[in-house]
Design a protein around this ligand. Sequence first.
Ligand SMILES: [Fe+2]
Ligand SMILES: [Fe+2]
Length: 266
Amino acid sequence: MNVLFIGDIVGRKSRNFAFEKINNFKKNKDADVIVVNVENSAGGFGITPEICNDFLNAGADVLTTGNHVWDKKEIIPYINKSNRVLRPLNMIEGTPGKGLTIVETDHGLIGVANIMTNLFMPPTNPVFECLQNIIETFSVKNNLILSLIDVHGEATSEKVAIGFYLDGHVTAVLGTHTHIPTADWRVLEKGTAYITDVGMSGDYDSVIGMQKQSAIPRFLNLNKKKLRLEVSLGEPTLCGVLIKTKKDGLAKSIRPIRIGGCLNEI
Ligand SMILES: [Fe+2]
Ligand SMILES: [Fe+2]
């Protein structure tokens, strides 16, 4: 089975580009299951119910998020009812929505979890303490054809440690949040596909998706009033990974995909 995972969609232009590509991947049967991190898809900050519906209608099976999940408040009642739109699992008890789901697809049951790391990130419960819960929920007895974890976080060390902790227990551990793709995609020793960060889907002629002229002065004037960040509107690059799975639910291969924009071809 072929699984496509796409990293943080930033803004409307990338969103529309992603809808078209997701639709093609599904229609041409190049991807059987598609999971997308959408945390920056509404103007760079958050998500709305309409945008989530558009991604699901385009062919995405599950949507993940991260620290920006609550930037648009109208998502709260929607996420409370949704089985296919996740917020990080280790947010404090009582947080709306869920961080882990098992849903039916045309090809069988899939499990997706969304977790957020602790280093240099907004406060959440300790991320390593929720990993055992993920392993148990996605265990072989649940007959999942895919178990995919979106690890949303800043520190590469923490993300790779989570990858090794989950190796052999899940199909894929895939990093998001930094908006810059890393070059360490591989299948780990016990069969889990891993990458520290798949990168954003946005304009790379920017500071992680935001216009340079609004982002750079913020670093120069650290103690002064900051300029509003605006989404950069150049040609977007869709960044993600394609994973081939085996019958036992582990990974056969992982390779990065980059479509459009100004990043080098791989
Ligand atoms: Fe992001
Ligand atoms: Fe993030």
